[in-house]
Write a new protein. Structure first.
Length: 107
């Protein structure tokens, strides 16, 4: 089975977590490769807001499933955990960008 087929078989929330992480990492690397490009910084800020909303809504949906579905709640708890794993990663990325940006601009 190819990796793409495996990826397509994942639940939506897992795909969203993986894609969110991958795009966030890409934007972080772009920011470090092109440190004086404010467009990348602005794109990153917009990305965090948009993905925060999308991931938040998805997380709330998963929580509602945990509450309402009693037979398969472990499955949804695992999905919620996968979604939550991106939060500390995002916090570290934001910290790195702010530290890098402030060191470049001598704030």
């Amino acid at each position: 089975m190819t990796d793409l087929k495996k990826f397509n078989q994942l639940p939506f929330s897992s795909k969203l977590a993986i894609v969110s992480w991958a795009l966030g990492t890409f934007l972080l690397l772009l920011n470090f490769c092109f440190p004086n490009q404010d467009e990348i910084l602005i794109t990153g800020i917009v990305y965090i807001v948009v993905m925060g909303i999308i991931n938040g809504v998805t997380f709330l949906y998963i929580i509602s499933k945990i509450i309402t579905v009693t037979q398969n709640s472990r499955y949804y708890i695992i999905q919620a955990g996968i979604m939550l794993a991106n939060i500390p990663i995002a916090i570290v990325y934001v910290y790195l960008v702010i530290s890098h940006y402030t060191s470049l601009n001598n704030f």
